[in-house]
Design a binder for this molecule. Structure first.
Ligand code: ADP
Length: 973
């Protein structure tokens, strides 16, 4: 079908596509493109833009005009539609062969023509700095202040302001156009300030609404719900910065609020949604709450005029179909006047608006791509509205910040993400800072910190803020624990349970040993409510639901259930203090309920299929594998494992016969063992000549954590008894100190040594320490990109020298300095079977290399030494060379990108000359000149073992490169 026929046939769809959003941005963007391709002449454009016509009228005029101009204009028109419409809206349209973007055929011959041909790009580029452009044009005398005022009228969006500016400058002649083009070039170099706060676009009603929104957000975000009982701390008092890092990169810089929302780390320019992911309790909601508060105070994100905060937990409760407009105003803040005008402002200024959605994982429905909804005023069911917002079918251009548990992000959503930011909880300094904030008495704070540092398993847990909060809250119980403090998450939650019951016990009475029995009824009532909630992705309970569950006022007064602080609810609503608390109560219920059906519940918990399901939905389905995508089920099963640990038997025996407890325990052990067996079975057979390697499947770390919670070495031993791999790969698995503790607990029982690959996780120094118990079964440890510092290395070496099988370590991209090299030198000196040391991309200088050299001199085994991307310079290279001159083992050496010059090369030449084992020498990206290479060439004449020396990126001319390549084929440039 010809383009002309396509335009005619699809006329209603094309009109709807441009008009359904209610904003003229789409039409105007299409006109920009058509002008730039000379498909329209200036008069056509002015005709269509005449004031007073409706959007639909103008769109129809454009279609008529294109049709009358013929096939080629229609083809360009379709190409423009294809470029401007979001993908979602293109599904039902056909563009024939005209869907690709056109390039201008001719180079513009004047500045005014360039304004036309570059119009689409100029609109995008200038819309955030219209003010700056106007200032310059006024300063140079091309515009009057009244012309500027007219351009900046609040009725115009900033894109429209740029278009008006371009139209006006076009009439002011060549020089004016030239000035504007120069200005736009400067913007590319980013040296022009953006519009001041964009306030000039605000009408009085927008300003008023903004004020109301700010004060409502500020009121809602002032306190953390976990402190609601004490009323002691405001968010300002207690907020401690967590580690926020970009997902899937090797940079470990912690991001601030502006970085998270801004362009840093953007992978998909087309998408508007940013995901902040992390574990339960890692501080996602608190991060958002802080962001909201600071925005409301106008301290951060000043370029967003309006912020709409949503909670997916609350959106779940919405039964009615809503339009986008209703969603914004009903769920966030009701405008007192001019609602239509305000909504139009929002539609017209998407780049000034920020939406936040907390807890995507708590959203009941499965994220779906099926149902398109683009009309902002037409009601739709909540999931449809939400999914279309995420995809950009609705409110394209609005930044959306979404938080979710990492493992619960639906794959289909990932294509709509512009970037992912990982919230990794507190650093060790963060823990210190948090505990000191929590305890105003410095003596108590130091006491708590001391007991944390003496119990590294607990310290590992405290990287997750919610655990850190519990530990701080229950410090009296913690200090009373003596030497054997809490080790597992279950221990920590039992401690908080005890604390709450104790705290609220009437004065004079002490909590006796039989406290579980004493509060059995309360535990069961809350437990049932919790479990039913999890079964239905239900986290907010109305008063009636609470009453129907038999929960009494006294149960509520214990403090595990708190009033939902969302102000827009009718009547009182409750939620658990934190979702992990809900999981804990659900687990208690599963364990303590004598109903025989619980047998099935446990089975389902560990064997749920991989759907975003909940227990209730799963009941009907046959299960065939471990649950991997419902993090609350995983958390609950972790607690179930922990509660069935023999250590807690005496506590539960108060109200439960030992036979039944043992039966449940056996069942859980069976489920976990079977889950692990399934993992092992899924390992592909090794290709001949390759090591048998296992890449952890989703759920592997969870099962390991369940075993750890049970604290039963026999179970761990039996589970790994049949694992026969040489290499265990757990890269990008969100492994922090807590997971390291669990891994070491299980893996220490491996029958034969493995290479443990933990690259790109958040192991840190505390995690390294936690891994030590399994170091004797690791022949290699890969810890690239893991935030490890010298302190961690000191501990690693101390243990490593005692482990016969430990032979290789990779520490690329950590935070190592010269300080760690003395420990590593000691390792090389002491361990005469150590094979490989890789230290690339750290901060090691000449002094560090000199230290390392002391160890190298004594090593009779080291084969691989990698120092890529450090800064050892000539001096460092010389020190290493002296130490390696007599090496009979060195096979591979990398000093790439280390500031090594010819003096260094001269020293290395001596190593080459003497070596009979060296195979490859990597010296790329240094500053070696002709003289240095000359030494290398001469040394190679006396060496037959070296196969290649890499020299790409040194100080050599192309002629020199050619000459040396001819002289010595083993040099690679
Ligand atoms: P998530 O949303 O990831 O499940 P939350 O933000 O609800 O985690 O955090 C749980 C609790 O941990 C909070 O209620 C608070 O007590 C504590 N917490 C989390 N992040 C911080 C922080 N940055 N500063 C201080 N406390 C925090």
């Amino acid at each position: 079908m010809s383009a002309q026929q396509l335009v005619l046939k699809q006329r209603p769809e094309l009109v709807r596509a441009l008009c359904c959003g209610g904003t003229s941005e789409g039409l105007e963007s299409i006109l920009d493109l058509l002008l730039s391709w000379s498909a329209l002449v200036w008069e056509d454009y002015l005709n269509i833009c005449v004031a007073g016509k409706t959007l639909c009228f103008r769109t129809r005029e454009l279609l008529d005009l294109a049709y009358s101009k013929g096939e080629s204009t229609c083809c360009l028109l379709l190409a423009a539609f294809s470029h401007v419409l979001p993908d979602a809206q293109k599904d039902n349209l056909s563009f024939g062969k005209c869907s690709t973007l056109q390039n201008s055929l001719e180079m513009p011959t004047s500045a005014t023509l360039t304004l036309l041909s570059d119009r689409p790009g100029l609109v995008t580029k200038l819309r955030n700095c219209v003010e700056g452009a106007l200032d310059i044009l006024v300063e140079k005398g091309f515009l009057t202040s009244s012309e500027c005022e007219e351009i900046q009228l609040p009725v115009h969006t900033s894109s429209q302001q740029v278009r008006r500016l371009l139209d006006l400058v076009k009439c002011k002649g060549e020089v004016a156009a030239e000035v504007l083009l120069q200005f736009s070039k400067r913007i590319q170099k980013a040296d022009v300030p953006p519009n001041k706060n964009n306030t000039f676009t605000m009408s009085a009603s927008v300003a008023e609404y903004q004020k109301k929104l700010c004060s409502s957000i500020s009121a809602q975000s002032h306190f953390l719900s976990t402190y609601s009982d004490t009323g002691k701390f405001s968010l300002d008092d207690i907020y401690t910065e967590g580690l926020l890092e970009l997902g899937q990169t090797s940079t470990q810089k912690s991001l601030n609020f502006e970085d998270v929302v801004g362009a840093v780390g953007t992978l998909n320019m087309e998408a508007d949604t940013i995901l902040v992911s992390g574990e339960a309790g890692s501080g996602k909601s608190t991060f958002l709450q802080r962001l909201h508060l600071l925005w409301a105070r106008k301290t951060v994100l000043l370029n967003y005029l309006l912020l709409f905060p949503f909670s997916c937990r609350k959106l779940n409760t919405e039964q009615q179909d809503l339009s986008l407009k209703e969603l914004l105003f009903l769920h966030c803040c009701w405008p007192d006047r001019d609602q239509d005008q305000l909504f139009q402002f929002i539609l017209d200024h998407p780049h000034l608006v920020l939406f936040t959605f907390d807890g995507l994982d708590e959203f009941k429905q499965i994220f779906s791509d099926d149902q398109r909804h683009c009309c902002p005023t037409q009601p739709a069911p909540m999931p449809v509205l939400f999914f279309n917002l995420m995809q950009g079918s609705l409110m394209k251009g609005v930044r959306k910040l979404v938080t979710s548990r990492t493992e619960a992000v639906p794959p289909i959503l990932r294509q709509y993400l512009c970037k992912e930011v990982l919230l990794k909880g507190f650093s060790p300094d963060g823990i210190d800072c948090f505990v000191r904030k929590h305890h105003s008495d410095p003596g108590v704070a130091s006491h708590v910190l001391e007991s944390l540092w003496s119990n590294t398993a607990l310290l590992g847990l405290c990287h997750i803020p919610v655990f850190c909060w519990i530990v701080s809250k229950c410090y009296k119980e913690l200090l009373g624990f003596g030497n054997s403090g809490p080790q597992t998450i279950t221990d920590v939650y039992l401690m908080v349970l005890q604390h709450f019951f104790h705290h609220r016990i009437s004065k004079g009475n002490r909590l006796g040993k039989g406290w579980v029995q004493q509060y059995f009824d309360t535990i069961m009532r809350l437990g049932e409510l919790a479990l039913q909630g999890l079964e239905n992705s239900h986290y907010i309970f109305s008063e009636t639901e609470v009453q129907n569950g038999g929960v009494t006022e006294e149960d509520i007064s214990k403090g595990f259930l708190i009033q939902s602080k969302n102000i827009s609810f009718d009547g009182i609503h409750y939620e658990f203090l934190h979702v992990t608390m809900q999981c804990f109560f659900a687990a208690l219920f599963i364990i303590l309920d004598s109903n025989s059906n619980n047998h099935h519940t446990i089975k389902r918990l560990f064997q749920a299929p991989r759907t975003k399901g909940c227990l209730g939905i799963l009941q009907a389905k046959k299960s065939d594998g471990p649950s991997t995508e419902n993090p609350n089920l995983q958390m609950t099963s972790t607690f179930v494992s922990g509660l069935l640990s023999k250590r807690h038997q005496s506590l539960l025996l108060q109200c439960y016969p030992i036979q039944t407890l043992n039966k449940k325990r056996k069942q859980v052990v069976k489920c976990v063992s079977r889950g692990m067996q399934n993992h092992f079975k899924s390992i592909p057979r090794p290709i001949k000549g390759e090591k048998k390697s296992m890449h952890a499947m989703p759920g592997f770390v969870w099962l390991i954590k369940c075993i750890y919670e049970m604290q039963d070495s026999e179970v761990a031993k039996n589970v790994v008894a049949t694992l026969e791999v040489e290499h265990l790969k757990l890269t990008y698995c969100n492994i922090g100190p807590l997971e390291c503790t669990a891994l070491a607990f299980v893996l220490q029982h491996l029958q034969s040594p493995v290479g443990l690959q933990l690259d790109s996780n958040s192991v840190g120094d505390v995690g390294v320490e936690q891994l030590l118990p399994c170091l004797h079964v690791c022949h290699s440890l890969y810890l690239r990109n893991n935030n490890i510092s010298d302190e961690g290395i000191a501990k690693l070496v101390e243990k490593g020298i005692q482990c016969e099988t430990f032979k290789k370590i990779a520490l690329f991209n950590n935070k190592l300095t010269d300080v760690c090299t003395q420990h590593l030198a000691y390792l090389l000196k002491t361990k005469q079977n150590f094979l490989s040391l890789r230290l690339g991309n750290n901060n090691i200088t000449a002094a560090g290399a000199e230290q390392l050299a002391k160890g190298l001199r004594c090593s009779q085994s080291l084969q691989f030494l990698g120092l890529w991307g450090n800064n050892i310079g000539d001096k460092g290279a010389e020190a290493l060379s002296h130490a390696l001159a007599d090496s009979r083992t060195l096979v591979w050496l990398s000093l790439v990108d280390n500031g090594v010059g010819s003096a260094g090369a001269q020293a290395l030449a001596r190593v080459i000359q003497n070596s009979t084992t060296l195979d490859e020498l990597w010296l790329s990206k240094n500053c070696i000149t002709r003289d240095g290479v000359e030494y290398l060439v001469q040394a190679l004449e006396k060496n037959s073992s070296v196969t290649s020396i890499w020299l790409r990126g040194n100080n050599l001319s192309p002629e020199e490169v050619e000459e040396f390549s001819l002289r010595e084929s083993r040099l690679t440039f």
